[in-house]
Ligand binder design. Structure first.
Ligand SMILES: Nc1ncnc2c1ncn2[C@@H]1O[C@H](COP(=O)(O)OP(=O)(O)OP(=O)(O)O)[C@@H](O)[C@H]1O
Ligand SMILES: [Mg+2]
Length: 278
């Protein structure tokens, strides 16, 4: 730290990543035609917490994850991330760019782009310059231990390496919430363990909140908390506060700990979150 010149509070402010975003779902209902996928799910997740969601096939796990990440919208109930209601899918560009990121089982890497270019795609969307994209993607490749694979196409990577690249890409814009749906589902147990170790390291380094949907016991073992969903309802792992989701305390406490997410284009961060007024 220099003492030779008067510090400018803006220019010299440390570039600390924003902490993990809190998540709060209240009485979330989602149906697909006759199928009640979620039947009133209330769930509070603390900033920086790692929650694994387990449960039988068809119980509503992916549905819940998709609603939290604004890939779909609930029929009723509310979900807040970082103290603000999750925007509707068609209004979620900034939310997906700056707040939330996904990792899926099948990693969704673009097959014709190298590992490094795949990471850069996330940065293009965020308007990062070419030079900075190169630097940041290389830095991320190093962080996930794949600097030596930057030039490889996805078809030239192992399953575990592909998930490492997918994780690096997900972290490129420093999300405050990482959502992963069966991220180890296509990996053998050794690769799965390495991927989870990596996720743990990255969470410790970046501080984001992590929600992982998984059947894998190894994933559950690493979580701060395991939430179990059966037939569209949370049957275990809820916090006490979730069972009194309508009390005024829980939402205010969660909202009070974190600023709203940044929306640089529209300056929404300064506004009170929608749905909290009146
Ligand atoms: N887009 C959709 N259209 C119709 N039904 C759907 C749709 N998405 C999910 N469902 C139904 O909603 C229920 C919950 O699905 P969901 O994908 O959330 O389950 P899951 O717990 O993630 O299961 P799995 O462990 O097999 O991935 C299932 O009965 C499923 O068939
Ligand atoms: Mg699923």
């Amino acid at each position: 730290m220099t003492t030779l010149r008067a510090p400018s509070p803006v220019a010299d402010a440390p570039q600390v990543d924003e902490p993990g975003a809190p998540v709060q779902a209240e009485e979330v209902v989602k149906t697909f035609g006759p199928v009640a996928a979620l039947r009133g799910v209330s769930l509070t997740i603390a900033p920086g917490e790692w929650v694994t969601i387990t449960g039988p096939s068809g119980s509503g796990k992916s549905t819940l994850l998709n609603l939290i990440g604004s890939l779909d919208k609930p029929d009723s109930g509310t979900i807040r991330v970082a103290g603000r209601p999750v925007p509707e899918p068609h209004e979620a560009t900034e939310f997906r760019r700056h707040v939330v990121a996904f990792v899926f089982q099948d990693n969704l890497l673009l097959p014709y782009l190298s590992a490094q270019s795949n990471i850069e795609t996330a940065l293009i969307a965020a308007g990062v310059s070419r030079q900075q994209r190169r630097e940041r993607s290389l830095e991320l490749l190093e962080e996930v231990g794949l600097a030596h694979r930057g030039g490889h196409l996805p078809s030239q990577l192992s399953g575990g390496e592909k998930q490492g690249v997918a994780l690096a890409r997900a972290l490129a814009n420093r999300p405050r919430l990482l959502l992963a749906d069966e991220p180890t589902g296509a990996l053998d147990s050794e690769s799965s363990k390495r991927a989870l170790d990596l996720l743990r390291t990255m969470r410790a380094r970046h501080g984001m909140t992590v929600i992982v949907v998984s059947h894998d016991n190894a994933v559950a073992e690493r979580a701060d908390r395991v939430v179990r969903i059966v037939d569209g309802e949370v049957v275990s792992g809820q916090r006490e506060s979730d069972s009194r989701a309508h009390s005024r305390d829980a939402p205010d406490r969660v909202h009070g700990t974190q600023p709203a997410y940044r929306d640089p284009d529209q300056g929404r961060a300064a506004e009170p979150p929608r749905g909290q007024v009146g």
